[in-house]
Design a protein around this ligand. Structure first.
Ligand code: MN3
Length: 265
């Protein structure tokens, strides 16, 4: 496996309750959590313009659509520059969507399943498209999450149950940020650093290589930071650390909290 766990001190939840709710939890993971996420992050105002926005993230029915950016390309300035955001969305993310669309074209049965479900069951996919779904399905889902867990408004910190769970798992918020930053820095080459909820209801910080998704390991990604060079090179050049430090000014904790609540249901 190309991944590793860091800071695996758990934020425990009631195991029996989770076991009972597992089926419903899995059934709602993709679409439900994203729907809630959009509603919670104020993106619902885009519903008229992009009625399929939530479904686009998880449904594999063709044609797949590039989810619209929930804010302007320049909205995360000065932390992430407009040119990077535009290119990242219109070129990189769009390419993942195009490649995934091509891969699924001849598999109508797979088109009926959420992309998150395909990622969870990669080994059951036809070998001819397995790697394409891994890379481009992962790329599509990872970026769809990335856009919505960011937003304008500057630096914020989590509140409520999510803040309590982060503190319980990682000591305090500063410690949590430090582990995420170090995880992103240590990711040699391209990939992501994530906060995930694992199968046992624990919060973990981990990385993934390339466009691998935590869904591939049965985990629910709550927050992720893209550390591919295309995420930061125009403004930060090779200084990934500067990008990571600045990135915390873009996190939309309301959206992360909604993903957390949905994943625990
Ligand atoms: Mn990217």
């Amino acid at each position: 496996m190309n991944t590793r766990n860091v800071g695996s001190v758990g934020a425990s939840v009631d195991g029996a309750r989770r076991a009972v709710s597992r089926r419903g939890f899995l059934g709602r993971l993709g679409l439900g959590s994203v729907t809630a996420l959009f509603a919670a992050s104020g993106i619902s105002r885009l519903a008229g313009a992009a009625p399929r926005a939530d479904a686009d993230i998880t449904a594999s029915s063709l044609p797949l659509a590039l989810p619209p950016m929930p804010y302007g390309y320049g909205a995360l300035e000065p932390f992430i520059d407009e040119a990077t955001m535009r290119l990242h969305h219109q070129a990189h993310h769009a390419e993942y969507v195009a490649e995934l669309t091509a891969a699924l074209r001849n598999y109508p049965d797979l088109q009926q399943r959420p992309i998150t479900d395909l990622l969870r069951n990669l080994q059951a996919l036809p070998p001819a498209i397995r790697e394409t779904v891994r890379n481009n399905g992962g790329g599509h889902v990872n970026h769809a999450i990335f856009w919505v867990i960011m937003g304008p408004g500057g630096y914020r910190e989590p509140t409520g149950e999510l803040a309590q769970a982060i503190n319980a798992a990682f000591g305090n918020f500063a410690g949590f940020k430090g582990i995420v930053n170090q995880t992103g820095l240590n990711r040699f080459g391209s990939g992501w650093a994530w906060l995930v909820l694992d199968q046992n209801g624990r919060l973990l910080i981990r990385d993934t290589l390339n466009q691998d998704s935590p869904y591939m390991d049965g985990q629910t990604p709550l927050l992720g930071v893209d550390v591919w060079e295309h995420s930061y090179y125009l403004r930060y050049r090779n200084r990934r650390s500067d990008y990571l430090n600045a990135w915390w000014n873009t996190v939309n904790w309301d959206a992360v909290a909604m993903r957390y609540a949905a994943a625990r249901r």
